[in-house]
Design a protein around this ligand. Structure first.
Ligand SMILES: NC(=O)C1=CN([C@@H]2O[C@H](COP(=O)(O)OP(=O)(O)OC[C@H]3O[C@@H](n4cnc5c(N)ncnc54)[C@H](O)[C@@H]3O)[C@@H](O)[C@H]2O)C=CC1
Ligand SMILES: O=CCc1c[nH]c2ccccc12
Length: 312
């Protein structure tokens, strides 16, 4: 099945929407003409969902590329995020984002981190609800929220978040599953960013073997298999690249068919990698504690020597 749409929990309301299940992210693209070109290319190869943020410094470039695409506003899905930068309130920040993007509404507006929900989550969320009611954004959501943050929010919310954008990849999926399932209970769609971490930041781990086997069998690139794996988890996949060939590969990954066994093999290798990581962290902490204890002992022994030397 190609990259499809996922219904949001506000889909029944007049302003409600569905969200394209793959997004092209603009973090680290920089600003200036080159980033306009990257977003242009992403749209030209088939991305219809652009994920940006106040903090990425390139909303204006994303907006320019969207205009240059010639697509009707309704045919492009724009997510941006409140980053609590530039000293702007949430209301001021969305106005600034809309101006930079050159649109009169965004499709999804997220609080980028729980820490940005000031003075507290219920108060900040009430403002988000107001923005939705005013039509400045079709849907509202959060990012990097954990279960306690969502509980706090839900306890006071009139409108539940439509989405929670969090890091999801094969090495952390097991740890993120309770959060994803908690979201599901309240109709909150999880969006997974940095799905390619197993090859970009953690190469050489247990996933490499099944990934290479599956890629060879399907005549696909490893990054395509990782995106197809993330898609199989029912989350919105938020990815990026500056290379046009890779952009095309990402879109084509929506048609990749992974078997139940392929998905299970990546799941298992991901869990194994996570267990190895936990063991490494434990050993590192134990070594650190031993070193601290040894230094403390040496200090005590030295003080005793000094004390005895003075006394006798
Ligand atoms: N809400 C949040 O706090 C965050 C949101 N994001 C969003 O997610 C988007 C994607 O985040 P990324 O971490 O960039 O995601 P990603 O995991 O998709 O990594 C993308 C990078 O992987 C590279 N890549 C692809 N195939 C590769 C291969 N075979 N070997 C080596 N490198 C390869 C790409 O060229 C690109 O540089 C961001 O642009 C942003 O929109 C990202 C981080 C945090
Ligand atoms: O979203 C990607 C990383 C990130 C998280 N918070 C901020 C704020 C400003 C720029 C990037 C980010």
């Amino acid at each position: 099945m190609p990259w499809d749409l996922i219904k949001l929990n506000d889909a029944g309301s007049c302003a409600g929407t569905s969200i394209p299940s793959v997004a092209y992210g603009t973090w680290r693209l920089g600003s200036g003409d080159q980033s306009v070109d990257y977003v242009d290319e992403a749209i030209s190869v088939g991305f219809s969902h652009i994920d940006t943020a106040q903090g990425y410094g390139n909303e204006a470039e994303a907006g320019k590329a969207i205009r240059e695409s010639g697509l009707a506003r309704k045919d492009i899905y724009i997510t941006t995020k409140f980053s609590n930068r530039d000293g702007l309130t949430i209301e001021e920040a969305i106005q600034s984002s809309l101006k930079k993007l050159g649109v009169d509404y965004v499709d999804l507006y997220l609080i980028h981190w729980p820490e940005y929900a000031q003075p507290d989550i219920p108060t900040a969320w009430a403002v988000m609800e107001k923005l939705k009611a005013q039509g400045l954004t079709k849907s509202i959501g959060v990012s990097n929220f954990e279960i306690p943050h969502l509980e706090t929010l839900i306890n006071s919310a009139k409108v539940y978040p439509a989405a929670n954008q969090i890091q999801i990849h094969a090495y952390n999926f097991h740890d993120q599953l309770p959060l994803i399932e908690f979201g599901r209970k309240y109709g909150i769609v999880s969006e997974g960013y940095s799905p390619l971490i197993p090859i970009t930041r953690m190469p050489g781990g247990p996933i490499d073997k099944p990934l290479n086997e599956i890629s060879s069998r399907l005549n696909a690139k490893p990054e395509q298999v990782l995106l197809a794996w993330a898609k199989s988890k029912g989350v919105v996949v938020v990815t990026s690249t500056t290379k046009k060939e890779r952009m095309e590969g990402y879109i084509a990954a929506g048609d990749l068919h992974l078997t139940v066994e392929d998905i299970a093999a990546i799941d298992e290798a991901g869990n194994q990698g996570a267990r190895q990581q936990t063991a490494r962290t434990f050993i590192r902490r134990a070594v650190f504690m031993c070193a601290v204890a040894a230094i403390a002992l040496a200090c005590v022994s030295l003080s005793m020597d000094v004390f005895l030397a003075y006394k006798y």
